[in-house]
Each structure stands twice: as structure tokens, then as C-alpha cells.
Write a protein that binds this ligand. Structure first.
Ligand SMILES: Nc1ncnc2c1ncn2[C@@H]1O[C@H](COP(=O)(O)OP(=O)(O)OP(=O)(O)O)[C@@H](O)[C@H]1O
Length: 297
């Protein structure tokens, strides 16, 4: 689009393209301005547009010599390319217009039983370059759990030392056990260009919003309705009647926080793939943002 807009204004102001620089040196009076507004990402090319604009005057006020441009129908491709280059006064650059997108932090939250783990697990299977942060916890390891995969299991003392050393992005005491997000893991994987996925409850998301502001992407996962959520929790068969009641009552309060998030994904019954696709679409759209989110941990 940039190129098309550029060419249009170029053609309008240059009815005789074979005599490009015999016309006014100010053939693109607004081009520099336009391009900066359209492409505020700091790229080598935004510079190159600038230098292009100034190259019309060759820095010292002289203009590049008029170069005859051969006819498009009869010219050799290389000859045409070189003539265009010569007319513009500098070689065409082949470095990318847009630099690699910044790594993202994607915070996935939502009521208990909505499918956060299911969505994240599937996302990791279908998309590379994603790191799901393993939480540190002071709770005892349960049978079947793997240290470093399900959690990093540490003692209460070790956990508190991590807090003292400011090694955790966010932490909370949950039913008597500490849980926290190690910063080092985020730094390490972001440095490799990976996107980071954090799975937190609604309270954790509120804390992260305070810490990260709009530098991270916040996704709220919901079921299609309260009834569907309760059904899913019953079907999961992991809860007692008491914890079921707590979870559904909490969920009723939690959905009120929806507006604090950037995106909402409805994880419909039997449509896990669609939900994962939506989360992927959000990541892709974020990667295509002109004004990239940038986070420093
Ligand atoms: N789209 C879906 N359709 C049907 N079942 C689903 C869907 N998404 C998840 N589930 C199932 O719902 C149950 C709850 O999902 P999951 O454990 O991922 O939720 P959660 O949000 O991580 O819960 P919690 O916060 O309590 O750990 C699981 O049995 C999971 O397989």
C-alpha cells in the first residue's frame, strides 16, 4: 500500500518519468511526512525514505543527473532496474521494510474450568516459537507431576528468597501455597525471540495489568454461557460439591472483569480448535501492529 500510494503521488507529480530529476527537486513535497505517519515503526527503511527524500537533492543541493529510462516493453529487466536506480540516485535496498515483530507476552485468563489449560496445551502443539512459563510454587509435588514441567517446586524458604531477590514478576499466596512467575524464564525466552504465554487467574491478571500495562496482551477466555461453564466443571469430575460451588460462585464474579482485557475468546463446547485458532489470530494481528507493544522485564 505504501508503495502504491508512493507511486501514485510519484506519477501525478511526474508526468514524464524519463526526465525524473529535471523537474522540481521538491517532487515529493509530503512524501517524507506521509511515510513517517504510516510507518512509525523504527526501521532502517524509514531512514531510507528520509534519505531518499533528501537524495533528491544529493545532500549538497545538486540533483542526480537525468538518466534516460528505457521503454518497459523493450528494455532488458536488469537494464530497466539499473536505470530506475540511477534515476533515483541511490541503489535499491533489499533489507526488509519492516523489522521482525517484537516478542509478545500473552496473558491468558478466565474462570476455572473454562479451558485455559486445554487451549494453551493445544496452542503449544500447533504453534512454534511460544514459551509457556512454568510457575514456581511452594506446594508439595503431587503424584504424576513433573518438576520443571508442571511447576518448579521449591520450598517456602526458597520461594521467599526469590521474592526478596525480585526474581518474580508476580506472586500470590493461594490456599496457603505460594505461586509466582519467574522473570528469568521470560527474559531467557524473549531473548530467543519467543512469545511468552502466561496462564493466571483473574486476580493474577489484574496484578499483571498493573505491572505490565499495555505492554502485554490480555486474553479473557469464557464459555458460551454460565450454564455451559458449570456443565464443563461437572464433566471434568475433579471437584467436590464444595469446591464446585466455590468455583461457580467465583466465576460469576470474575466475568465482571471482562472489560479489563484486550480480547475475549469464547471457548465453545466441542470447538477447542476454533478457540486456539482465535488465540493464534490474536497473536498474528498483534505481530502485524504498526505500533508494536514492547516489554522490558
Ligand atoms: N472447547 C471445549 N469443549 C469441550 N470441553 C472442553 C473445551 N475446552 C476445555 N474443555 C474441557 O473442560 C475441562 C476444563 O478445562 P481446563 O482444565 O483446561 O480448564 P482451566 O480453565 O484450565 O481450569 P482451572 O482454572 O480450574 O485449572 C477439561 O476437562 C477440558 O478438557
Amino acid at each position: 500500500m505504501l508503495v502504491r500510494r508512493f507511486c501514485t503521488s510519484f506519477a501525478r507529480s511526474n508526468p514524464h518519468p524519463s526526465l525524473l530529476f529535471t523537474k522540481s527537486a521538491n517532487a515529493f513535497p509530503n512524501s517524507n511526512l506521509n511515510l513517517q505517519i504510516l510507518n512509525p515503526r523504527k526501521t532502517p527503511n524509514s531512514k531510507s525514505f528520509k534519505s531518499f527524500s533528501s537524495s533528491c537533492k544529493m545532500g549538497d543541493g545538486r540533483r542526480p543527473p537525468a538518466v534516460p529510462i528505457p521503454s518497459v516493453e523493450s528494455a532488458d529487466k536488469v537494464e530497466l532496474y539499473r536505470a530506475l536506480e540511477a534515476s533515483l540516485g541511490s541503489p535499491f535496498r533489499s533489507d526488509p521494510y519492516v523489522p521482525n515483530a517484537n516478542p509478545l507476552i500473552i496473558v491468558i485468563s478466565g474462570p476455572s474450568g473454562v479451558g485455559k489449560d486445554a487451549v494453551i496445551k493445544r496452542l503449544q502443539e500447533v504453534r512454534s516459537g511460544i514459551h509457556f512459563v512454568v510457575t514456581a510454587t511452594s506446594r508439595a509435588m503431587r503424584e504424576g507431576e513433573i518438576n520443571g514441567k508442571d511447576y518448579f517446586f521449591v520450598s517456602k524458604e526458597e520461594f521467599l528468597t526469590m521474592v526478596e531477590r525480585d526474581e518474580l514478576l508476580e506472586y500470590a499466596l493461594v490456599y496457603g501455597d505460594y505461586k509466582g512467575i519467574p522473570k528469568q524464564q521470560i527474559r531467557e525466552f524473549m531473548a530467543k525471540g519467543h512469545d511468552i504465554v502466561l496462564r493466571v487467574d483473574i486476580q493474577g491478571a489484574a496484578t499483571l495489568r498493573r505491572i505490565l500495562g499495555s505492554s502485554a496482551v490480555f486474553v479473557f477466555l469464557v464459555a458460551e454461557s454460565e450454564a455451559a461453564l458449570v456443565q464443563r466443571l461437572i464433566d471434568r469430575k475433579t471437584e467436590t460439591k464444595e469446591t464446585l460451588l466455590v468455583r461457580v460462585a467465583t466465576a460469576r464474579e470474575e466475568v465482571k472483569h471482562l472489560r479489563k482485557f484486550d480480547y475475549v475468546v469464547v471457548n465453545e463446547e466441542g470447538r477447542l480448535e476454533r478457540s486456539v485458532g482465535l488465540v493464534e489470530a490474536i497473536i498474528d494481528a498483534e505481530k502485524a501492529r504498526v505500533r508494536q507493544r514492547s516489554v522490558v522485564i
